[in-house]
Design a protein around this ligand. Structure first.
Ligand code: PLP
Ligand code: COI
Length: 346
């Protein structure tokens, strides 16, 4: 299969239309069989539930070309189950998890020419999503839904790739306590949670910051996450620490990194409450997620007061680098993966 003529090493994190996507409709209480289509447009009623009351959710995962030229995805079953949890919280019918994984396989295989080559620094980002497609005018869940999945080749989420970024402590909350930012399953990937964060990210960029650090909405003393990634900190004695909270997204990357830290690198790794006051004492800080991979944070600004990590603004700290190399090594096939983490497509 011939790859598309794309300057893989210089693409950013944007939408690039690919050839085929998957669509399934929920009607009369059941999901239909689903089809692949070349049509990238969605046509719906002016009163569709997604347009009126934002009944929509999404996921994000990636496909990689391994060093042996195979195309693989990383733990798609976890995206399938997280999306089912999100759907339940939004009164949407969960898309069957086995069919979610099959749809990932179909979408990636159909767009194999867009999966960036090994070593290019780019990957194929897969975006499953679901929305209320039938009309609602009284506030209630819709009767009909559409599940779609498209993919787009992407480069680094933050400009500059692995260069450390600067973030600020944010005064806005992106989700209400006890709303969809605070449920048993954690923060859910509901479109509305991201809509709530748009003003904060535009404001952060206008002030020269790359991202926002959100603190817990109730007491503003504990570290939560950023708009699109979880935190990983490293203590001065090389312990990996990640914040524990019911109101952060249960990141698949973070869960994988905690395993990698313990089982591959022999480090202590703990998920616990992290007080903002102790952040100044950490040696390294990084943001982790599918889009972010692990992006090192060099500096956090809290209302003019700077916290500069000893790892500096030039490169990743040594433990962050080891975590990054091991995780990407597993994804790219040159480090053996734990059972079930890698899903071969072709
Ligand atoms: N936190 C938020 C708010 C996110 O949107 C994401 C992205 O999905 C993450 C964290 C990282 O999660 P994952 O590693 O599962 O992509
Ligand atoms: C992801 O990492 O997949 C996300 O969904 C983050 C998103 C805000 C780009």
């Amino acid at each position: 299969m011939e790859k598309k003529d794309i300057d893989w090493s210089n693409i950013g994190f944007g939408y690039y239309q690919t050839d085929e996507r998957y669509v399934s409709n929920f009607k009369n209480g059941a999901w239909d069989d689903g089809v692949m289509t070349k049509d990238a447009n969605v046509v719906m009623n002016e009163c569709a539930g997604v347009l009126q009351y934002a009944q929509t959710c999404f996921e994000g995962l990636k496909a990689y070309t391994t060093e042996h030229g195979k195309i693989v995805t990383f733990r798609p079953d976890l995206n399938a189950s997280r999306m089912a949890n999100t759907a339940k919280r939004l009164e949407m019918p969960p898309f069957p998890e086995d069919r979610f994984v099959e749809a990932v396989e179909k979408v990636v295989a159909a767009n194999a020419a867009y999966v960036p080559p090994y070593g290019s620094g780019a990957t194929l980002y897969i975006r499953p999503y679901m929305f209320a497609s039938s009309s609602v005018i009284g506030v209630k869940p819709a009767e009909e839904y559409q599940f779609r999945m498209f993919c787009t080749p992407v480069g680094p989420y933050f400009k500059g790739g692995a260069k450390p970024i600067t973030i600020r402590v944010c005064d806005f909350d992106r989700a209400a306590p006890h709303g969809t930012g605070h449920v048993k399953a954690g923060y859910v990937k509901a479109g509305l949670n991201y809509a709530m964060s748009l003003h904060a990210i535009v404001d952060a960029h206008n002030q020269g910051y790359d991202e926002n650090m959100y603190l817990d909405a109730a007491t503003r003393t504990k570290v939560e996450e950023t708009g699109g990634a979880n935190f990983i900190f490293v203590t001065k004695d090389n312990k990996v620490v990640t914040p524990k909270s019911d109101s952060i997204l249960p990141s698949i990357t973070r869960r994988s990194l905690m395993y990698v830290a313990k089982e591959y690198l022999g480090l202590e790794a703990e998920e616990r409450e992290v007080k903002f006051d102790e952040v100044k004492d950490f040696a390294e800080c990084g943001l982790c997620g599918t889009a972010a991979v692990i992006s090192p944070v060099g500096k956090i600004v809290d209302h003019g007061k700077e916290i500069c990590f000893p790892s500096g603004m030039d490169e990743m700290g040594p433990i962050t680098k080891k975590l990054y190399d091991t995780l990407t090594g597993i994804q790219m096939g040159h480090i053996e993966a734990p059972e079930g983490w890698i899903c071969k497509i072709c």
